[in-house]
Design a binder for this molecule. Structure first.
Ligand code: 9MR
Length: 375
């Protein structure tokens, strides 16, 4: 009998009520064990878990996942709120969290138009800064952040969400000032700061043909210039009717054919009604709360839970089919209560998008994944 099992028996005999996820975990294969020869299985980690306020959440993450991504604390607004001030408090703890647990640590994200502090691209009057100043600021930011975690963070989402659904470049501040050049520059600066680090391009709605083509073109251009790019990150914020497994698979194949690995980076699947068809994961989208848009505040009807599990199974079957190409599958949160989906694009709803429920319990699909991985 292991020490852990002995401890559980003692606790049970003393009348302590244990969370059932802990009991279940003993002797049961975990996701990270089952998938160890397939791909990394990761999750986004939030502040409560990093600082161990959500102890059960932190335990679940350490048991089930072998890769972690900071959900928010490595974004430029958090790390670098003022030009001459960095705040590494939480991101240092995040990296220590992963190291303590022997997890692969992924950095998210170096250059993103959102959660970007005002000072980065504009002057005190709010005007765009010059191309030269922006290059200097990008280089300084990327170099400082990447060097700080050199040899500890395995790979970085270097640029996030730079391509529109039709394949054109997003007209972000970076694009307004530097044009498309800002993307290769970001990859160059990141590589110079840590030549060993893997470098990724990350985006949402990747099953759309326009987006797929735009990203393929970008990857080929970076490669043509001799720059390092290891993988494309497909965020994978799904709903019950989008995307189709077939269209998603076309993108996995197209990215692999462009010469990179594929990572499923922010997987979740909402069951809630959408105020508008396919809004991807545009963080700025926001709609007013209506009771009818929050149909399951007290629990998910069995029929819908079953349909959700079935659909999630078909995506995991697809990921396993392409395990030679896919190097990481990363959930965007550990349990349903952690998900950003509860508050986007409508605040205050109750969603059920992740692999573990609000009581830290695995959903049916978890057993499916474990069995399928071992076949
Ligand atoms: O889940 C994140 C949420 O807590 C933040 O409020 C939001 C804005 O920083 O970002 C969410 O994560 C996003 C990720 O960084 C990039 N792709 C879309 C994700 C969901 O919005």
């Amino acid at each position: 009998m292991s020490t852990k099992e002995l401890l559980i028996i003692i606790l049970l005999m003393s009348g302590t009520v244990l969370p059932s996820s802990l009991i279940r975990a003993q002797g049961q294969t975990t996701l990270s064990e089952a998938l160890k020869d397939c791909f990394l299985i990761g999750t986004a980690v939030n502040e409560q878990q990093i600082i161990d306020k959500d102890t059960l959440g932190a335990q679940l993450i350490n048991r089930q996942f072998n890769a972690i991504v900071a959900e928010n604390c490595m974004k430029s607004q958090s790390l670098h709120p003022e030009e001459n001030r960095y705040d590494f408090g939480l991101s240092d703890r995040f990296v220590e969290f992963g190291e303590k647990n022997g997890q692969t640590i992924i950095g998210h994200t170096l250059i993103w138009h959102s959660q970007l502090p005002k000072w980065f691209c504009t002057d005190e009057e709010g005007n765009n800064i010059s191309p030269d100043i922006l290059k200097k600021r990008m280089k300084e930011h990327i170099t400082t952040v990447v060097k700080r975690y050199k040899g500890r963070v395995k790979g970085w989402d270097v640029v996030n969400e730079a391509i529109e659904d039709d394949g054109s470049f997003r007209k972000s501040k970076f694009y307004e000032i530097l044009g498309e050049e800002y993307i290769p520059l970001a990859f160059q600066y990141a590589h110079e700061a840590d030549p060993e680090a893997e470098l990724y391009y990350n985006d949402y709605s990747m099953a759309l043909p326009g987006k797929r083509a735009g990203v393929v073109k970008l990857v080929k251009e970076l490669k043509r210039r001799g720059l390092r790019i290891d993988a494309v990150g497909m965020q994978s914020h799904f709903s019950m009717n989008w995307p189709s497994v077939e269209e998603f698979e076309k993108s996995i194949i197209a990215f692999a054919e462009a010469g990179v690995k594929v990572m499923i980076t922010e997987l979740d699947m909402t069951v809630l009604p959408a105020p508008k068809h396919n809004i991807g994961a545009e963080v700025s989208a926001s709609f007013e709360y209506q009771r009818s848009m929050n149909p399951y505040p007290k629990g998910l009807p069995e029929k819908i839970a079953m349909a959700w599990n079935k659909r999630m199974e078909s995506f995991f079957a697809l990921f396993l089919k392409h395990k030679e190409i896919i190097s990481r599958v990363n959930l965007w949160g550990a349990t349903d209560k952690d998900s950003w989906r509860n508050n986007w694009p409508i605040k205050g709803r109750t969603d059920y998008p992740l692999l573990f429920d609000r009581n830290y319990q695995p959903k049916a699909v978890v057993d499916f994944i474990i069995q399928k991985a071992q076949e």
